[in-house]
Design a protein around this ligand. Structure first.
Ligand code: CTP
Ligand code: CA
Length: 230
């Protein structure tokens, strides 16, 4: 039972979403990245747009077309993604960080292609900015929704990220199950949030198409947004 746009708690809201992987350049022809397909973030964008929100989707490189009616901002690196998010966040009611941001980038990007001279080589990496935490720590932050991809102790790490990153809602998935997640059209997740009494609540979303999962996440986000802004 999909929400109908006329009952949508998201109608007229500006929603900013990150999606896809980031690419961190090593030299002019190589980069570090990950297996994110962007499908979950694009599904969120498509559903939020269907539910009447004004959607801006800041996306790393993917094979996907922008959903109809969504404002797509294409980026490559984590730093570019942060810059694009900061340029669009001022009027956002809700920020959903779905991108698989590279945690590290090269300490220095080689200006010329690296030649294979030595038998071993080392890359020095430095930590990337945490886009979600940066936005959640703004003076007037939008309501922030995060994801947690874990291979173990999913509930423990998700609840920790919810608190530490000051999120309203987190969607956690167990990426050790390679039949779902990353490049799949389906996903299974558990949502965690705090109720009005400050108690941790959770809701399991059983394996389903990413569009269905996206709508369940947006429904919960809409409910929390309504509670905060009544
Ligand atoms: N995130 C982000 N910017 C980063 C890293 C993560 O915005 N540089 C966001 C992701 O989009 C996701 C959430 O933070 O919504 C959690 O990402 P995840 O990789 O699970 O957690 P990290 O905080 O990076 O910690 P770790 O990888 O060590 O588990
Ligand atoms: Ca990470």
């Amino acid at each position: 039972d999909l929400l109908s746009p006329k009952d949508s708690p998201l109608r007229g809201l500006n929603i900013l979403i990150t999606a896809g992987p980031t690419r961190e350049a090593i030299d002019p022809v190589r980069y570090l990245s990950n297996h994110s397909s962007g499908k979950m973030g694009y599904a969120l964008a498509a559903q939020a747009q269907r539910l009447g929100a004004n959607v801006t989707l800041v996306s790393g490189p993917t094979q996907l077309a922008a959903p109809e009616g969504v404002n797509l901002v294409a980026v490559e690196s984590a730093q570019e993604m942060l810059d694009a998010v900061e340029a669009h966040v001022a009027d956002a009611a809700i920020f959903i960080a779905c991108a698989a941001v590279a945690d590290y980038r090269l300490a220095a990007v080689a200006t010329d292609k690296i030649k294979k001279n030595a038998d071993t080589m080392q890359l020095e990496l430095v930590k990337n900015p945490d886009i979600l935490a940066t936005i959640a720590n703004r003076p007037q932050p939008p309501m922030c929704v995060g994801f947690a991809a874990e291979t173990q102790d999913v509930a423990h790490y998700a609840a920790d990220k919810l608190k530490r990153k000051k999120l309203a809602l987190i969607a956690a998935n167990d990426v050790s199950d390679s039949s779902i997640g990353f490049n799949s059209d389906e996903n299974a997740m558990t949502l965690f949030w705090h109720n009005a009494k400050g108690e941790l609540e959770q809701k399991a979303l059983d394996r389903a198409p990413k569009l269905t999962i996206a709508e369940a996440i947006l429904r919960q986000a809409g409910e929390l947004y309504g509670e905060r802004n009544h």
